[in-house]
Structures are given as structure tokens and as C-alpha cells.
Write a protein that binds this ligand. Structure first.
Ligand code: URA
Length: 244
């Protein structure tokens, strides 16, 4: 077993097998193998090449992937660097390892934004063919009629084509909850504008199964292992045209 690399109990803990202490017990109970050989406490693994199994089942050890859920405030740009020197979302999370935002929220839109260095998951969440739901709360001007709500649900004609059917509710007059799975530029704002009700405030409240009403504006947290796995399941249930 390699002398360098990451401690096995740390890798197991990161993959969701419990605390470091619990993972040490797994190793001491001889339930863990590295490249087919029973592991010993103190072993180090190279997560890029070693095959780690627990109870005979190989575990996916994704090297150095991080996943942050940020509550983006108004006035922050969804990019990793801005040529105009404006505040950017990556200023609000740790700078190492380098990560990128998953999709984008307009500068004047608030709410949940994922940031990660996992390119495969990014593609699956942002590509419309995977059908990942995003939920928004839109405070709009005026009170949309039933006809306007129906148009939003059935799809509205925008300059870049009709929108896909959306789930739309109006929990209170002038407040819309919209669930869409496309990610077109300023889509919710343009949809509401198209039915005569410009958006006054827009907040993204859910990405697939991920929601968190406890994060204040500008706050972030890391996703749990279970949340990442659920997200992978959510993003894997569509029928992609391509999964490049
Ligand atoms: N729709 C919008 O109009 N803006 C966003 O930021 C996201 C969806």
C-alpha cells in the first residue's frame, strides 16, 4: 500500500461511511480492502488509482470534488471573474479548490446556486434534456389572471422560441411559484413579462431536491454526501440527448 496519499479513514468518512472513528472501526474489523487486500489502520490510498471496497462493494472515491450551496444575494455576478470588477459568486466561497457556478442567476436574482468542480454533474444539472427542476418565487407587478397563469403553464412564446410547460401556482396575489427545467437567459423574467406581469423580485428556492431556507443572503454550506448522491439521482432520471 502506498506511503503517500490520503488516509483511508478520511476517504471513507468523506464518502459517507460515518465519522473518522467509525471508519477506523470498519478498517479494524477487516471490512475494508484496498486493491483486493484487507486494509490496515494507517493505510493511505491514492484516490486516483486505488480501488477501495467496503464489505466487498467497491466505493466511488471522487477525488477532490467539492459542492457548495450558496444563497446568492442581489448585485453579485454569476461568474468566476468579472472584467468590470463587480463582486462575483466565487468571492463568497473558499477559493481553493477552484470551482465554477452551476448554471447562472441574473445579477438581480437571488437564491440558491450550486458551485462545484464536478463537471459531469454540472452538465447534467444544466442541460435541459436531463429535466432537472428549478423552482422560483417571483413577485410580479399586478395580479395575474387565470388566463395569464394558464399561458405560463402551457408555454409562452419568447423571441428564442416557446417555453416548455411549467408548473405555476399563485400562493398569494402577485406572488408566483414557478417550476421550470429549462435554463434560458432571464427565462422567468421574460415569461412573466410576456404575460404582462414584469418581475419585481426573483428568488430561486430549489434546485432538484435541494432547498435550504436557513441560508441567509451571501451564506453558503457544503452539500452532504447524501445530498450529492440524491442530486446525481435527480439529474440522472431524464433522457439525455447526449451526456458528453
Ligand atoms: N430566470 C430568470 O429570469 N433569471 C434567473 O436568474 C433565473 C431564471
Amino acid at each position: 500500500m502506498p506511503e503517500t496519499g490520503e488516509r483511508l479513514q478520511k476517504v471513507l468518512a468523506r464518502c459517507g461511511f460515518g465519522s473518522r472513528r467509525v471508519c477506523e472501526d470498519l478498517i479494524e474489523d477487516e471490512r475494508v480492502t484496498v486493491n483486493g487486500r484487507t486494509a490496515i489502520l494507517g493505510a493511505r490510498v491514492d484516490v486516483a488509482t486505488d480501488i477501495v471496497s467496503v464489505d466487498g462493494v467497491e466505493i466511488g472515491i471522487q477525488p477532490d470534488f467539492v459542492y457548495y450551496l450558496l444563497n446568492k444575494p442581489v448585485g453579485v455576478v454569476t461568474t468566476a471573474s468579472d472584467t468590470h470588477g463587480r463582486p462575483v459568486v466565487t468571492d463568497l466561497v473558499p477559493s481553493e479548490p477552484r470551482i465554477h457556478p452551476v448554471g447562472r442567476l441574473d445579477m438581480d436574482t437571488e437564491g440558491l446556486l450550486l458551485l462545484t468542480n464536478d463537471g459531469r454533474l454540472t452538465h447534467r444539472i444544466t442541460h435541459p434534456s436531463f429535466g432537472v427542476d428549478k423552482e422560483y418565487l417571483a413577485h410580479v407587478q399586478g395580479t395575474p389572471s387565470r388566463g395569464a397563469l394558464r399561458k405560463l403553464r402551457e408555454g409562452v412564446e419568447l423571441e428564442d422560441g416557446p417555453t416548455a410547460p411549467a408548473v405555476v401556482a399563485m400562493p398569494s396575489p402577485g406572488l408566483l411559484r414557478l417550476v421550470i427545467h429549462e435554463g434560458r437567459n432571464r427565462q422567468v423574467r421574460r415569461m412573466c413579462e410576456a404575460v404582462g406581469h414584469p418581475v419585481l423580485r426573483l428568488v430561486r428556492t430549489r434546485i432538484a431536491s435541494l432547498a435550504d431556507a436557513t441560508l441567509g443572503p451571501g451564506e453558503y454550506r457544503e452539500l452532504s454526501v447524501d445530498e450529492v448522491r440524491q442530486l446525481e439521482r435527480d439529474a440522472g432520471s431524464g433522457s439525455p440527448e447526449s451526456d458528453g
